[in-house]
Ligand binder design. Structure first.
Ligand code: DC
Length: 225
């Protein structure tokens, strides 16, 4: 009988703009682990639903769609590539319209069940740093290391605004702050997989910290645990 492989899971949760994606990517690279952006998976499914013209309120169709969709994440020369049914959708899942629609797809319990299965299968391949909203509470409640990143809403909005401008889009900072606040509400009030700090997660307030400082805190905690 073969012994189950040992794999290390690092869970990083937090709201939009808390810095978790950048930090998770760098921590994964430092430790030689796979980086899994679970938000990208919900985004990819939302893209498929919208390409099919599905009604975001039709939960049955969204669940069926999730069951027949393959989403895979691969590192390609240091860049995370998102594949939806074999097709590269990395650059089409970040538009503002899609960002606003993810909440409908991510709010359906049957969809989350399927996404959680996929995330567990990806994580168990060889260990990983997973970032999202429910990693430490639902996807890998037994993860060895759990972090919850947070920051002041104004700073989170400023970071998102900078990303949006860098993508070549133009939205006012006020509008971005309103979007971030409204995403917080949907993320925190979902009936399943709501954004919540796991009791055993290490809280890091990233307001006023550089990315490098946050990465150092995470790594130092892992090394000293
Ligand atoms: O991290 P992000 O902004 O790319 O996530 C996109 C959306 O997906 C976000 O509005 C919340 C949702 N999401 C989720 O419900 N559960 C996760 N584990 C990750 C993201």
């Amino acid at each position: 009988m073969s012994t189950p492989k040992k794999y290390v899971i690092i869970a990083i949760d937090g709201p939009a703009g808390s810095g978790k994606s950048t930090v998770a990517k760098l921590v994964a690279a430092r430790l030689g682990l796979l980086y899994i952006d679970t938000g990208a998976m919900y985004r990819a499914l939302t893209l498929k639903a919208s390409m099919r013209g599905l009604d975001f309120k039709d939960e049955g169709s969204l669940i069926k769609l999730a069951g027949s969709t393959d989403i895979d994440l691969r590192q390609d020369r240091g860049v995370l590539k998102v594949r939806l049914d074999g097709e590269d959708v990395t650059s089409s899942i970040r538009t503002s319209e899609l960002t606003n629609n993810v909440r409908y797809v991510a709010g359906v319990p049957g969809v989350r069940k399927r996404m959680v299965e996929l995330q567990r299968a990806l994580g168990r391949r060889r260990g990983a740093v997973l970032e999202g909203r429910d990693i430490g509470t639902v996807v890998f409640p037994d993860a060895k290391f759990k972090f919850y990143l947070d920051a002041d809403i104004k700073e989170r909005a400023r970071r998102r605004h900078k990303d949006i401008l860098a993508q070549g889009d133009s939205l006012s900072l006020e509008l971005v702050e309103r979007d971030v606040a409204s995403r917080d509400v949907s993320d925190m009030t979902r009936s399943v997989g709501a954004l919540k700090k796991a009791d055993d997660a290490v809280l890091i307030d990233t307001t006023g910290l550089t990315i490098a400082e946050v990465v150092e805190r995470v790594i130092s905690h892992i090394e000293h645990k």
